[in-house]
Design a protein around this ligand. Structure first.
Ligand code: E4P
Length: 281
């Protein structure tokens, strides 16, 4: 499974690439806002073009970087995606345009098909698309057929929805929610049959494995498990066969922690004898 960093934070991105485990970057307008606020708080003038150039250059040609459109209609998506691609793909050739599966907000269903149409428009131009805000396997299937190279199910937000809707439990969004679902009297809470965020990822993986769908470059669409907020969720995303997991930087740290590792370190450090230490002097 590939690992992407889900951040626009330049320090995290620079640091992440020194680890040798980061394969790409995903951003969205909320992450860009967080980075703008962080830089502004340091009193630095924020030139977003420079920030994006730096992210793309740091990632380099081998590592895709998803940049999201900001509008809510087909015309917006096509215009903005083209601006993003034309302005930034020259930096390192790694731009992926992120488009929501369905931009409708509120009552009107006018723009319901606009995400798909825009995905297909870019796919026909061989421009890679990451389809975002996926909450059902059928949305993923349509995005794949329209030509999206990456499918982003939002696992953590499914778990948020289930625990908010069906339980009175206080929870933090980084808390683990069982991938197998949360059973009450033998029946799991579910959102139209989806019992957890990881269940959503698993079902999309299964659909992609069952049907032969190819995108413009001959590859199968990659299932990019998104909105992952804790280590165990990442383990489960890997177990169910996600092609990619995109993670907040601190979750990589969390993946490294085990109390027996720490205990082992304590023992080794305590057992260093002077004769052995001398070798390093
Ligand atoms: C992925 O592409 C999204 O940017 C992200 O994973 C959303 O995560 P959140 O639900 O924790 O905001």
């Amino acid at each position: 499974m590939q690992i992407y960093l889900d951040t626009a934070n330049l320090e995290e991105i620079h640091e992440g690439f020194t680890l040798g485990v980061v394969d790409g970057i995903t951003t969205n307008p909320s992450l860009i806002k967080r980075e703008r606020d962080r830089l502004a708080a340091k009193g630095e003038p924020v030139e977003m073009k420079d920030v994006l150039n730096d992210i793309l250059e740091t990632a380099g040609p081998e590592h895709p970087v998803s940049l999201e459109v900001i509008g809510t209609t087909y015309a917006d998506f096509v215009r903005e995606g083209k601006i993003l691609y034309d302005t930034f793909n020259g930096v390192a050739g790694n731009v992926v345009i992120k488009i929501p599966i369905n931009p409708v907000i509120g009552e009107s269903t006018q723009a319901q098909y606009d995400g798909l149409k825009a995905i297909h428009n870019f796919a026909k131009q061989d421009i890679p698309v990451n389809c975002t805000l996926i909450f059902t396997p059928e949305q993923a299937l349509l995005a794949a057929k329209a030509g999206a190279k990456y499918l982003s199910p939002f696992a953590g937000r499914v778990d948020d929805y289930l625990r908010k809707t069906f339980t009175d439990n206080e929870f933090d969004k980084t808390d683990y929610y069982p991938g197998g679902g949360f059973p009450e009297e033998g029946v799991c809470y579910h959102d139209d049959g989806i019992v957890s965020g990881i269940d959503l990822v698993a079902r999309i993986v299964h659909v992609m494995e069952t049907h032969d769908i190819e995108v413009f470059d001959g590859s199968k669409p990659a299932v990019l498990a998104a909105s992952l907020r804790n280590a165990r969720q990442v383990r489960e995303a890997a177990e169910v066969g996600a092609d990619i997991a995109t993670l907040p930087y601190p979750v990589i740290g969390e993946l490294l922690v085990h109390h027996k590792t720490e205990e082992g370190m304590k023992g080794f450090v305590a057992d260093v004898v002077p004769e052995y230490r001398k070798i390093f002097e």
